[in-house]
Write a protein that binds this ligand. Structure first.
Ligand code: AMP
Ligand code: ZN
Length: 114
């Protein structure tokens, strides 16, 4: 989808600090980090929000979550802990309408979230 920011990052049309990529997903550093490690894991294929998932996407979402866990562990946060978050629509604060899994680590994260 040519007008989508994260599709343009996935196709390397817009630069990002990519830390992992394969045929299905891409992970890159968030431009406005909220923790020492804050990256976003996205599918290469455009999916606007969690509301648009189909039964065929369940494996893809699992792949995204698995990659977040591997990245956190590789960076030494496995024992200490980390958080993964999908924001969906306005009340959750979704601003980019291409699904993305936030991975945050490296500081104590409050609960409940604001
Ligand atoms: P959300 O509010 O869940 O939709 O999250 C969108 C995230 O994308 C925010 O944390 C932004 O800081 C991040 N973001 C926006 N534009 C870029 C960009 N060009 N490169 C990296 N991260 C971005
Ligand atoms: Zn997109």
């Amino acid at each position: 989808m040519s007008s989508c920011l994260f599709c343009r990052i996935a196709s390397a049309e817009i630069p990002a600090k990519v830390i992992y990529q394969d045929a299905a997903v891409l992970a890159f550093e968030d431009v406005n980090p909220q923790a020492p490690l804050h990256c976003l894991i996205i599918p290469r294929r455009h999916i606007a929000s969690l509301n648009d998932l189909t039964p065929e996407d369940t494996g893809l979402v699992g792949t995204m979550q698995y990659r977040a866990a591997m990245l956190a562990k590789e960076r030494g946060y496995g024992e200490r802990g980390y958080r993964t978050i999908f924001n969906c629509q306005a009340d959750a604060g979704q601003t980019v309408f291409h699904i993305h899994l936030h991975l945050l680590a490296g500081r104590s994260l409050g609960w409940p979230p604001g």
